[in-house]
Structures are given as structure tokens and as C-alpha cells.
Design a protein around this ligand. Structure first.
Ligand code: NAD
Length: 388
């Protein structure tokens, strides 16, 4: 069948298998054009099918020659419904890695569950022996607590006061004001349960207890801070509380892992178009302006450039990674440069329905979002019949 993008409310409900294959290949090509990294050889990526997790898996395999196991929660194609982009990305990654003679196994299921943790541990024992890098890159809307069975849903809301800001429907270019009411206490707790560090901790505990963490193990999870403009909805909001919890989990895990010469770190990454970031109020508009400024200054990076830089300059450079005063890697250093932030803030004041297309990089946002779903890739025949 012919698959077209179906986008509503900044969410895309379809994905193109050939286009996804092509965008995975593009990331591999980028990595191959860089200097090879002497990095980990046995890697587990939790949240491996998209965004930062997929990029980390690609850098591990195609720059470092690592065998990988990936965990993701994706939807296969069925009948006349296309699968999710992450499903096709996983298929593409596995095929390409195996062609290189690398082990590449993927587990599709709920990473928050005890069952998936045991399945992954069995796979590690069977195929990798032990792992020397564990990447935690989950962005999820809900989590079933494996102990209580309770369902926790994460919300993106401010805390204490409502937040009104302009945002953009990037598909139509409609700029509008949106108000988000403050979160209830329970919503803050639930968001921390889903996007905080508890599950990362449970993974490390399960892997350690099973004896599958190699000496010198590194584990890393990803966080975000962002500018004043989005602070009420992001860093000072529910998700920010979850991220602070994730960041403090690194210190707890560091204590556990230091006895085996290991390290637990958090990297603060740059704001990028992914499925997760497209649905946060104000963030698509901020990213559209940020992309414009960073591209003009030749500072722009996508997931793959960020993850390559994290491996090459920081985690596996041969020297101790440079950390901020809270012990975090700062891959958002270019985004947070004062000159970049000042220009974005100025554009934020000027942007209107009339000048959106000309003063922001909304076109770049749209194109990147589509590429994440396998659309708009050069050389792909979108009129052709494809198997879902
Ligand atoms: P993404 O939506 O592109 O990918 C999320 C991954 O999580 C996918 O592989 C998905 O399959 C997996 N996943 C979701 N629920 C799951 C479940 N229950 N079980 C197993 N797998 C599950 O997200 P992303 O933007 O790459 O975000 C990854 C991490 O990076 C998050 O912690 C996010 O907060 C952080 N981060 C993102 C940005 C950004 O701008 N996108 C910036 C800084 C930090």
C-alpha cells in the first residue's frame, strides 16, 4: 500500500518503512565519516528505537564496532495500518548491523516491567556475556509500577501557577496562545514515577544482581534544562521535577557502581525535534527559533551529532569526562550560549503569524519531524506500494 503522513496535534500516526531505513542509513553514514571511537563493545540501550537512544546505538555499533541489545516499545504494521517509526528503525538497524557481522538483538515490550528486564538479562547472558555500557533513553507517557500494578501517567504541566505561552502547530503553521493549568500534587508524583530515575535504578539493580555488568561499566541517562522561556513548563514544571530525580539517581548509582570501577552519569542534551519534544507546549516554537539561530551560527546538531560528540569528546575520549558543578555532562553547551539564547529571545518577541515562516526554521522543524517518521527522504518513491 501507499503510506502517507497522517499528522494531528503534532503527532504522526503513520511511518514509512523505506524512508525509516533511509534515515537510519543516513545516521550510519554520518558516523562512518567520523573518526572511529574506541568505546564499549557490549551495549544495552533502553529506549533504542528513536531519537537519542537510536543515535547512541548507531554510534556504539558503527563507530565503536559494538554488539548491541536494544529495548523499545513499538507497534508493528498490521493489515492496512503502518507500524510505528521506531519499529521500522529497529528492523533497519538490526539488518545493517548484522551485515557488518555485529550482534544486534531487539526486545519489543514494556521496559518498566520485570518480565522485560528478565528477558533482556537472559539475552545478555546468551549473546553478550556482560555489558559495558547501559544507556537509559526512555520517553514514555505512562508506567505500570511492577510492584504495585498501579498505572502512573506523566503530564507536562507547570507547578504552582498556570503557564500561558505561544506555541505552534508546526504542520499548519498556526501560531496560538495556550494556557496550561498547574499540576496537582499527585500529577507531579506520577510524572516523577514515569520519567524520574526509579526505573533506571531498577534496571541497574537487576543487571548487577544477575552479574551481567562488566567491570568498568558506564551507565548514562539523558536530561534537559532549557531556557528561561520554557522554564515554567519544563525545568520548573512536572517534567523538570522528574529530570531532577533522574539526575540525583545518577549519584546513587555511582555509589553502587564505583566498587567495580564503574560510573553513572547524566548528560544534559540539546533540544531536538523528536516524537517526545513535539508535543510539549511552547517547545516546537522555541525549537523552530533555536534551529534558525544555531544553523546560522553553524552550531546546529541533530541526535546523531550529539551522541557522537558525547562518545568522542566525553565518555570515551580516554580522559575523565568534563562535568558541570552538579556532575553532569553538558551537550547543551552550544544551545545555552548567551549569544544564542539572546537571539532566540529577541526572535520570540518578534514572531507572529505573518513572519513565522521567514524568521523561524519552522520548515526545518517540519522536515525533521517528517524524517523521523520516514517521510521526505530523498530517493524514496512515496507513490510506490510498500509492505507495512
Ligand atoms: P523518543 O520518543 O525519540 O524515544 C523514546 C524511546 O523510548 C523509544 O525508543 C521508545 O520505543 C522507548 N519507549 C517508550 N516507552 C517505553 C516503554 N514503556 N518500554 C520500552 N521502551 C519505551 O525520545 P527522545 O526525545 O529521544 O528522548 C529520550 C530521552 O532523552 C528522554 O529521557 C528525554 O527526556 C531526553 N532528552 C530529550 C531531548 C529532546 O529535545 N528530544 C533533549 C534532552 C533530553
Amino acid at each position: 500500500m501507499v503510506i502517507e503522513p497522517k499528522i494531528r496535534g503534532n503527532v504522526c500516526f503513520t511511518a514509512h518503512p523505506v524512508g525509516c531505513d533511509r534515515q537510519v542509513q543516513q545516521q550510519i553514514d554520518y558516523v562512518r565519516a567520523q573518526k572511529k571511537i574506541k568505546g564499549p563493545q557490549k551495549v544495552l540501550v533502553i529506549g533504542s528505537s528513536n531519537g537519542y537512544g537510536l543515535a547512541t546505538r548507531i554510534v556504539s555499533a558503527f563507530s565503536g564496532g559494538a554488539d548491541t541489545i536494544g529495548v523499545a516499545y513499538e507497534r508493528p504494521g498490521k493489515g492496512s495500518k503502518s507500524g510505528s517509526a521506531g519499529w521500522y528503525n529497529n528492523v533497519a538497524f538490526e539488518e545493517k548491523a548484522r551485515k557488518e557481522g555485529l550482534i544486534a538483538r531487539s526486545v519489543n515490550g514494556d521496559a518498566f516491567s520485570d518480565e522485560i528486564k528478565s528477558e533482556v538479562i537472559d539475552l545478555i547472558k546468551q549473546h553478550l556475556g556482560k555489558v559495558d555500557l547501559v544507556v537509559y533513553s526512555i520517553a514514555a507517557p505512562r508506567r505500570i509500577d511492577p510492584k504495585t500494578g498501579e498505572i502512573h501517567s506523566s503530564v507536562i504541566k507547570p507547578i504552582g501557577a498556570s503557564y500561558t505561552a505561544r506555541t505552534v502547530d508546526f504542520q499548519s503553521g498556526r501560531l496560538y496562545e495556550t494556557t496550561t493549568e498547574p499540576a496537582l500534587e499527585k500529577e507531579v508524583e506520577d510524572t516523577v514515577k514515569v520519567m524520574g530515575g526509579e526505573d533506571w535504578g531498577l534496571w541497574i539493580e537487576a543487571l548487577d544482581t544477575a552479574g551481567v555488568l562488566a567491570p568498568g561499566i558506564t551507565t548514562i541517562a539523558f536530561s534537559y534544562i532549557g531556557p528561561e522561556l520554557t522554564a515554567p513548563i519544563y525545568r520548573q514544571g512536572t517534567i523538570g521535577q522528574a529530570k531532577k530525580n533522574l539526575e540525583s539517581t545518577a549519584a546513587v548509582l555511582q555509589k553502587r557502581l564505583s566498587s567495580k570501577g564503574g560510573q553513572a552519569l547524566v548528560s544534559i542534551n540539546k533540544a531536538l525535534v523528536t516524537r517526545a519534544s513535539a508535543v510539549i507546549p511552547a517547545v516546537p516554537l522555541y525549537i523552530s527559533l533555536l534551529y534558525r539561530v544555531m544553523k546560522e551560527k553553524k552550531l546546529h546538531e541533530g541526535c546523531i551529532q550529539q551522541m557522537y560528540r558525547m562518545f568522542n569528546d566525553s565518555l570515551f575520549s580516554g580522559e575523565a569526562p568534563e562535568l558541570d558543578n552538579k556532575g553532569r555532562i553538558r551537550l547543551d553547551d552550544y544551545e545555552m550560549r548567551p549569544d544564542v539564547q539572546q537571539e532566540v529571545a529577541d526572535l520570540w518577541q518578534q514572531v507572529s503569524a505573518e513572519n513565522l515562516e521567514s524568521i523561524s526554521d519552522i520548515k526545518g522543524f517540519r522536515a525533521e519531524f517528517l524524517r523521523h517518521h520516514g517521510f521526505g527522504m530523498q530517493g524514496v518513491d512515496y507513490e510506490a506500494d510498500v509492505k507495512v
